[in-house]
Design a protein around this ligand. Sequence first.
Ligand code: NI
Ligand code: MN
Length: 232
Amino acid sequence: MKIIFHGHSCFEIVGRNSRILIDPFLQGNPTADVKPDYFKELDAVLVSHGHDDHTGDYLEIAKATGCTFISNFELSNFAQKSGVRKTHAMHIGGKHEFDFGTVKLTPAWHGSGIPRGDGTFLYGGLACGFLIMIDGLWIYHAGDTGLFGDMQLIGNSCKIEAAMLPIGDNFVMGPDDAVLAAQMLQAKYVIPMHYNTFPMIRQDADSFVAKLEKKVPLSKGIVMKPGQVVEA
Ligand code: NI
Ligand code: MN
């Protein structure tokens, strides 16, 4: 399986016969390495919550590729009303087997309001994370979240190949809490995300990895640059 980083919290996961995209924040993201029209064939686009830096370009990408939009019930209904042909609504704790692999929605301590652009929000359900199995390997994308103890349950429930964890602080976990998260998850690879996209979430990812590898010997930290590919 290939894990490709496209900046912020956006990852493309490529399996033997599958290709999915998570949190496609591209046009509004100065650090993104691709534009929405880069994606020609996708099985699914997954969105963790209603904030702009995660929904990003999902509408354009889902319409252009005809892929399935997967998110919580509220965002899936919103996507459907916005013109996405194929949507699959899920909710926290629920798991579904798709043609490309398995997706389970995990809790995330965060908001999920969809900004209307006038300072008010449309209800977007609850923020979530994703446990995804493709080609027999589990990936955990935590979404936007603070630290929570049930990550222990997630870590115990499956052997995680790669965990994408936010480290930006302020809106999500900071580096120290992300190390505690990694302790519970015991993933083979830990990939920091949601930092350095804008000044408020500036972090030193290399020092996060140094702390991580000291406290969690089983995990290898990988600081990915936009466009970089990791083989798992
Ligand atoms: Ni958010
Ligand atoms: Mn965010």
